[in-house]
Unconditional design. Sequence first.
Length: 519
Amino acid sequence: MSTSYAKKIAEVQSPFARARAHSAEVEVTLSGSKMMTASHADLEAFATKAGREWARLLIEEHLAMRAALEHVVPVVGADGVKRELVRDSERHLETVVGTVAVPRKTYQARGCEDRHPMDAALNLPVELFSHGVREMVAKEIARASFEEVIELVRDYSGAQIAKRQVEELIVRAARDFDAFYERRGAEARAADDLLVISTDAKGIVVRRQDLREATRLAAEQSAHKLETRLTPGEKRNRKRMAQVATVYTVAPWVRTAADVVHPLRDKAVEAARPAPHNKRVWASVEKHPRRIIREAFEDALRRDPQRRRRWVVLVDGEPKQLRAVKAEARRLGVKVTVLVDVVHVLEYIWKAARALFGESCSEAEEWVSYRLFALLTGSSGGELARTIRWWAKKRASSLDEAARKAIANACGYLADRTRTRLMRYAEALRDGLPIATGVVEGACRYLVKDRMDRTGARWSLAGADAVLRLRALRSSGDFDDYWSFHLACEKERNHAALYAAGAVPNPLPVAKPNLRLVK
């Protein structure tokens, strides 16, 4: 440590004296008769509160020491104006251990915004709440309600935060989500590993003004028969669809139809199922669904820029979704194997089975198993539809209007020419490809439904998208890496961008490392 630097620290009046005095006071209290007879709960509560205050004092006195060491530097803003008027100032910061004062020098020029080089050195946020509080809010909002997050922040940090402030903080916390993933590089995976893309949609209740135009008009024009509840067939028209996407890598898994059909399934084969790697899931209610599908393809391309691996796309067969998938494949010039999720197909087979045989009977279950086995061994969706129509004709006398409608609906789905070409399950099983969208279906549940579909919740677009992004980061195991990236972006955005050539002058003397100050 340089002599001048040591001298400046020595000139600071009793650094950390308040923290030491507080620590001594705590020791006296803990040695007293009252605490000697206290319960463990009381002892723990006292030590936690005292420890938080000790940490707050340490931070505050460290900041005071920095302010005492701060010297005047030439400051030129990004606007090219030199700030020559310098005065001492102070701001406050709500941290995870309480409110601290941050003294620093303010650089001013007439008609221009102030600059604070010390704020840049500390990478202080622009708002009252520290990055520690913001990180706490960002992590907890992914699994808890706004009210629960407010209570948690108050209990564990003492910071008082309002619901509106929580929404503002999470929107800021999630703003670098796209940039974080755009910087991802290629995967070091085996060339024969599959690259899988899957997408689906899940509705979220949003505020009336945030509904998509068609849904909003339907909501405004709808007249319900009853005021207190919906009658059969009526919709509230209050949801906006969140498009969910996932991209992951998985090794091929060759199996037979018997390995898939439940009564015939071999447990040893199921145990050999390969686990997905580098799984990323995300969702957006604000972006157009086509944009999310494009992001999924771009994420896959970053993983496999040479297009050497086999790309598999699993969808539910919705026509707009299929068109978007094909358009993105053409745009990137990549060959993809598109498969309709077998679970979606199975649901339509079950609809027909219930119409033919009634609800929850063993005959229907056995009938479905035979139809599924045929589909997995090479039968087409059109052939399956013809089989269902034959059964419907055979049992026509026992079918009511609802049953005939369900059968027609199932056959229409299965016999669709575009969709039936994507049901080549025998080839997929032979090549070891996944045939079910379990990953994205799970994402729809735990990423969207479990958090966003709470009773009484009505989301804004910005708030919903921020929560979905933060929840996606945690689900994908990327939150910690993202937060480091986000803080670097915050420094560039809030501080470096305010100075000429992005160069923030260093307000502190340069100290030599690895030397300890001895008092």
